[in-house]
Design a protein around this ligand. Structure first.
Ligand code: SME
Length: 154
């Protein structure tokens, strides 16, 4: 997808979520709505969801796409790397990422963006997989970070 097309689509998603999320102050409902809108508006998102930190473990949260691993082995894979580095991780080819956890072998590239609560504490990650190689770039990283901040800001 071209950069401008991608940015336009993210802008529409941002606007839609800015109007939708204030309908409730329930965090889980807001988080679920973010996933539903992203997954249905971005054709190349094959799996879209969260992994949440719970007592030092990473457990799956609301998601759309094929059935995923419920818990991720500690210290391994893209999601844990995002938690440990406390920053987003873009993986153009999952097979080249040492320790990548394949919940579905059709995933070819992936992006992980840390989710921070209103106290700026990382509570988990937003994780998106694509069936295409090289699907994610800095535009996705910036726009997805902006979108997930809406959950606590609005
Ligand atoms: N690939 C992830 C695991 C989660 S699935 O992509 C849904 C990882 O390596 O952490």
């Amino acid at each position: 997808m071209k950069k401008t097309q991608k940015q336009n689509r993210y802008q529409r998603i941002y606007k839609q979520l800015s109007e939708l999320l204030p309908e409730t102050n329930d965090t889980l409902a807001r988080m679920s709505s973010v996933i539903a809108v992203l997954h249905n508006k971005m054709d190349h998102f094959f799996w879209t969801g969260y992994y949440f930190l719970k007592d030092g473990r990473l457990i799956v949260g609301p998601y759309q796409g094929s059935v995923a691993c419920q818990e991720l082995e500690k210290g391994k894979g893209v999601c844990w790397t995002g938690i440990e580095r406390q920053e987003s991780v873009i993986v153009p080819d999952v097979e080249q990422f040492p320790g990548h956890i394949a919940c579905d072998s059709r995933s070819k590239s992936e992006i992980v963006v840390p989710v921070r609560n209103n106290k700026d504490t990382i509570i988990g990650v937003l994780d998106i997989d694509s069936k295409e190689h090289n699907a994610f770039d800095s535009t996705d990283e910036q726009e997805l970070s902006r979108i997930i901040r809406l959950i606590y800001e609005l």
